[in-house]
Structure formats: structure tokens, C-alpha cells
Design a protein around this ligand. Structure first.
Ligand code: ADP
Length: 427
């Protein structure tokens, strides 16, 4: 599944980047062609202007005469003969050929004024000639048309350079596409990694939850089957039904915890929070555990500052988080032990600690206790599902807080919570 998604991601990336690359290469090539033709056209036009500059016109009895001896195209001594021009032709105002150099032209001017590209003509030896860029220009002197100049130059040098560019693009584009595909594959892998991890976590969570629900379900089925057997002692039937009810209650609590973990994720929005006096909130949690503390018995100490410490929390969630820590402290501390609940503040943080003198944990267990369904020892935590600390951590993280643990086996455990103070505390 993940490889399939990764392939799709890489393919989409390669296709989109490839499209951009090919479009870009096409634009670069098109622009290069246009630039070179523009430069050539400008050069052709400049040459034509130099040629026109040499034309001498004389007027006699209303007629115009052009001195052919001064014509720039005439004769072997023309300085344009050895230029890059392929041909040059001079036509009269009635478009009749007067003089030229280069291949023999048609006797009359057939082309319209302007710039055109001519297809490859045959060479005298029968080979294929170059394509030409041709300029046909009506020539005026004192606003009077004196003739037409037609010049052309070979496109061969430009085409050779463009051919090189085409080769470069033809080799470079596929190589770059290959590199893009590899990068896409690597990026796809990186992008899939968090999804893969959360999918594995979800799978693990579902498997653990199903496992936890299977045992009590089996208990319910067993007791129900025995209770349905005939004949049965009414007292035993009552006992079985009570057991079923007790198991169902435990299952209910497990399901609520699972639902909580599934629903409550991410940062808690501001509208769900209140400015709460930390000491008041902790006192409410202590009151709810008073009975359990007295029953063991345990000693409870509190260390609250004289001034209020204002928390910015959702009170019910926060009570649940502290209650989980306090009930664990009760559960994992032997009779006669002490639990200390302390509240203090440090610049922008409120600090809450829950310390006990209980059985403690090894460093390896401390690293794992916030994982879902983690229990240090099934026997010693028979009452719990290993979800309490995971829920506590999730609540604290949702408030941008942090929970840490320090513990020594046989000596006790201390959980420390840091949570930001209410924003208007200083005001
Ligand atoms: P449970 O509901 O099973 O107690 P928790 O997530 O609350 O699950 O705790 C996970 C494990 O951490 C427990 O199985 C327990 O062994 C250990 N633990 C938690 N709190 C304490 C503590 N105060 N002292 C010693 N061990 C603790």
C-alpha cells in the first residue's frame, strides 16, 4: 500500500516537474531561435542601409538616372562580394533586374518587400543548398522610389548553433527527468514516512484495544452461559449477573478512555480554555481522592503558594490529567507512604508535581509508561489498562505543556508538569 502510494507520488511529481521542464526547454529554444533571427535581420537591414548609401541618382529633364558605375553591387571590385551575403540584387522601379551578384536571379522581382525565409535551393552541383533569410527593400531618395534592393544571407550558421542547442536539450532533458524521478521517489519516501508511522501506531492501537476488549467479553460470555444453564441456584445466578455488570462497567470505562484518545488530538482551541486558579483545581482533585487516601492509609501533603497561580486550561480535562497521576500515586504507594502535591510558577510556566514514596520504576519503564497500553507489570497494575498516563500526556500536550517523570525503584516517583500560565497573568 505504502509503496503504491509512494510510486504514485513519485509519478505525479515527475510528470508535473517534467511538464514544467519540457515547457521551459521549449520556451528557451523558441526564444533562442527568435533572438538569433532578430539579430540576423538587424544585420541584414544594416547591410542594406550601407549598400543604399552608395547609390547615386541624377536627374535630367525630369527623368532619373542611376549611375551604374557607382552602384555598390556592380563589378568584381564590389566590397560586398566577399561578405556573408548569399546574393544581392538591384531592381528598377518597374522591378526589372539591373545588376546582381550570387546565383542568377529571375529577371523580374517577384517578392513582396519585407523579410522572409527561403527554403533550401539546389546548388550548382545538384546538392541541397542552405536555407536563406531574404530582405526585399524598396529604396527611396528624397521620397522618390529609385529601385528595389534584395539581399539574402545563409541561415546555415544559425541552424548549426540551433542544432547544437537541440542536441543539448534532447540529451539534457531526459537526464534531468531521470534525476527528477529519483528525487520524486526519495521525496515520496520521506513524505510517506510519517504516514507509515502513524498507520503502524493506529494498527498497534487497534490490535491492543481489541485485545483488551476480548478478555472481558470472554468473561461476560462465560458468566452469561453459566447463568443460563438449568437448573441453577438463584444466588449463583445473581452473583453471575453482578459479575457481568462489573465487567461491563470496566469495559465501559475502557471504551471511554479509547474514545478520548481517539477524539482528543492536537492543540486545544482557545475558546475551550479558561483562566483557572491552579490551587482550587488541585484541591478539587484531592477532595475526590480523599477517601482512597484515607482507606490505605496514606499521608497527603500539599505545597501551594500564597498567591494564585493562574492556569489557562480546560478544567475538566485538566482535572482528569491530575486525577490519573494522583490515583496512580495512591495505587502504587504502600500503606503508610506519603503523596505530595505541589504547585509553583516560573516566569511564564506553572509547575505541578505529584510525588509519592511508592514502589517506583526502572529507567526502562520510565521511558515507556506514556505509551498506550503500557503496563510495567500486569500483576501490579491489574486494575488499569495502561492508558491513564497516555491520556494525561495527551491532555498536557494539547495545552502546550510537558510532563516528565523521575523515579527510583523502591523509593518513589515524581511526575512534573509544565504548562504555560494564563496569557493575561502579568497584566
Ligand atoms: P494504569 O492505568 O495501568 O496504571 P498508566 O498509564 O496510568 O496505566 O500507568 C502505566 C504504568 O506506569 C503502570 O502500569 C504502572 O506500573 C506505572 N506507574 C504509573 N504511575 C506510577 C507510580 N506513581 N509509581 C509506580 N509506577 C507507576
Amino acid at each position: 500500500m505504502f509503496n503504491h502510494s509512494r510510486r504514485r507520488l513519485a509519478r505525479s511529481f515527475t510528470l508535473s516537474m517534467g511538464l514544467i521542464l519540457v515547457t521551459f526547454a521549449g520556451l528557451v529554444y523558441g526564444r533562442e531561435v527568435r533572438d538569433r533571427i532578430d539579430t540576423l535581420d538587424r544585420a541584414l537591414y544594416s547591410t542594406s542601409q550601407v549598400m543604399i548609401g552608395g547609390v547615386e541618382v541624377t536627374h535630367y529633364q525630369g527623368q532619373q538616372y542611376i549611375d551604374l558605375e557607382d552602384m555598390p553591387l556592380l563589378g568584381d571590385d564590389s566590397r560586398f562580394l566577399n561578405t556573408e551575403l548569399h546574393f544581392a540584387r538591384w531592381y528598377t522601379t518597374s522591378k526589372t533586374l539591373v545588376q546582381f551578384f550570387g546565383p542568377i536571379p529571375p529577371p523580374r522581382l517577384m517578392d513582396q518587400p519585407g523579410l522572409i525565409t527561403r527554403g533550401a535551393a539546389q546548388t550548382p552541383t545538384g546538392g541541397r543548398g542552405d536555407r536563406l533569410r531574404q530582405l526585399t527593400l524598396p529604396v527611396y531618395q528624397n521620397q522618390i522610389l529609385i529601385g528595389y534592393l534584395q539581399i539574402a544571407t545563409s541561415l546555415h550558421p544559425i541552424e548549426t548553433q540551433l542544432q547544437k542547442l537541440r542536441w543539448f536539450l534532447a540529451i539534457g532533458v531526459p537526464i534531468t527527468l531521470g534525476a527528477i524521478a529519483s528525487v520524486g521517489w526519495i521525496l515520496g519516501g520521506i513524505a510517506m514516512q510519517p504516514i507509515r508511522v502513524s498507520y503502524q501506531n493506529l494498527q498497534q492501537f487497534t490490535a491492543d484495544a481489541s485485545h483488551e476488549l476480548r478478555n472481558p467479553l470472554a468473561g461476560i460470555i462465560n458468566h452469561a452461559q453459566v447463568a443460563l444453564m438449568e437448573p441453577i441456584d438463584p444466588q449463583e445466578q445473581t452473583m453471575r449477573l453482578e459479575t457481568i455488570a462489573a465487567i461491563a462497567t470496566t469495559m465501559g470505562s475502557l471504551v471511554s478512555q479509547l474514545l478520548f484518545l481517539a477524539r482528543q488530538s492536537g492543540e486545544l482551541p482557545a475558546h475551550q480554555r479558561q483562566r483557572v486558579n491552579g490551587a482550587t483545581l488541585l484541591a478539587a482533585v484531592i477532595a475526590a481522592h480523599q477517601e482512597a487516601i484515607a482507606a490505605k492509609p496514606l499521608t497527603l501533603q500539599t505545597q501551594f503558594p500564597a498567591d494564585p497561580v493562574w492556569l489557562w486550561v480546560e478544567p475538566d480535562l485538566w482535572r482528569q490529567a491530575i486525577a490519573n497521576l494522583l490515583s496512580n500515586a495512591c495505587r502504587y504507594t504502600d500503606p503508610g507512604g506519603t503523596i505530595t502535591l505541589a504547585l509553583s510558577q516560573q516566569t511564564r510556566w506553572a509547575i505541578i508535581t505529584v510525588t509519592d514514596t511508592g514502589i517506583g520504576m526502572t529507567p526502562a519503564d520510565q521511558a515507556a509508561i506514556f505509551k498506550r497500553f503500557y503496563r510495567v507489570d500486569q500483576a501490579r497494575s491489574a486494575e488499569g489498562f495502561g492508558l491513564g498516563l497516555a491520556i494525561t500526556e495527551q491532555i498536557i500536550t494539547a495545552h502546550q505543556g510537558k510532563i516528565t517523570v523521575r523515579s527510583h525503584p523502591g523509593q518513589g516517583t515524581c511526575f512534573t508538569i509544565r504548562v504555560p500560565l494564563a496569557p493575561d497573568y502579568e497584566s
